[in-house]
Design a protein around this ligand. Sequence first.
Ligand code: FAD
Length: 415
Amino acid sequence: MNNPTSIDVAILGGGPAGCSAASWLGQLGLKTLLVEREPRLCAALAALDFTQDWVLGQPATRLADLAEQYAAQARATPGLALRLGAQVESARHSPEGWALQLAGGERVQARALLVATGLRLLRPSRYFASPHPRVMDAATLTARRATLPPGRVLLLGAGDNAAENALFLAERGFDVTVWARGGWRAQTHLAERAEAHPRIQLRLSTPLPDTLLPDADGVTVGAERFDHAAALLGFEPEPSAFALLDEHARQHAFVAGDASGRWHPCVQTALADGVQAAKQIEQALRPQAAAAPQRYNNRQVIHLQGLRFRANLGVLDFERTGPQPIQVDAEVNLGALPVVARDADIGHVLDYRRVRTAIIDECTAEHTDLVEALLGKLCNRLMSLPGVVGVRLKLTKLEIFPDCEVAISTELGAW
Ligand SMILES: Cc1cc2nc3c(=O)[nH]c(=O)nc-3n(C[C@H](O)[C@H](O)[C@H](O)COP(=O)(O)OP(=O)(O)OC[C@H]3O[C@@H](n4cnc5c(N)ncnc54)[C@H](O)[C@@H]3O)c2cc1C
């Protein structure tokens, strides 16, 4: 059986919350794997082909375009691995972290799990038992409303979604009936505009119909006929990821975005949640760095310069026959730490001997073809040491040519 993919953080769900968290986790130098069940990132948002004036700084940008921007930035995040069109089949938590099993057989070992799987629309079976194009949910209505031929439409529900759709359709010449078992739950300005609109008829505080009977020409509701009906009855956190977690595991999972039951689910709360979750995860994985009192502004960096030893490295014939001399120069950023003005326990700091040993171990464990690959392995190893928030490395082949040395350097994490 293959070794599990070993990472710091596994994210389930690649919407705005998952992408925002992934981007931040990358910047914090944490190795992340994002599992999205759709074949693309931000799939739900990509279906929203209209602008949204409450998105600060982007009032004229279509939500679908925002989706592409978020996805592009997430895809470019260093250290982020994507599994698109993928599903997690099991997720178990133990003191060592998370063991995930993906459909298709891949196993993943993660130190933290973030659930960012969004919402699912409530689709009561009495209306949706047999799917029909004339009976829509919020997502379908939003996708189709600009192209529906005007007529009589019934909207069940009285939240923001119902009020906003009622106004949109009434402006396009529809006769709209808003039917809800209670009063308005929509924002006051939307409700007031809907009440004042001559094409919108209200039937509030009225028990909802038992059934909607669609046929080729319309929808029968009791004694009435409509051209279309939509049930806009709210949403709930998407349950598929939570169903994988037992009670113990749920206590250890991080949750972000709509999945966390946001009072106002939208792109901005989802993006902010992703950042918050990333910082919380960093704090959980690197308590030393996070607990450090920033006010001291005492950034500590361990420098190892001119560390020389022999390693099996390279693709050239002579490089494969035996080890060659290399030099590693390393800077290990420990972030902001309290000022230590008198001697303390060595166990409270990162012992630089561990850094040196880790570098030599990683470089001599096995033959590596590419310097770049060895730098990647070294970065991961050093970033996993306690308290490390950033790594700068330079690896030099000292005798590769008779007339010069060759070096490659890299930088990862926070600097
Ligand atoms: C019809 C409609 C209109 C909207 N209009 C607006 C608007 O005008 N303005 C606004 O700001 N917001 C609007 N929203 C809300 C906005 O889309 C969400 O608030 C935002 O996308 C939430 O981001 P998220 O990352 O939390 O969840 P989502 O965007 O829902 O992303 C969750 C992701 O998780 C994936 N997923 C689910 N389960 C699993 C699983 N088990 N494994 C792997 N992946 C999984 C999903 O495929 C999805 O890609 C609207 C939503 C709808 C449905």
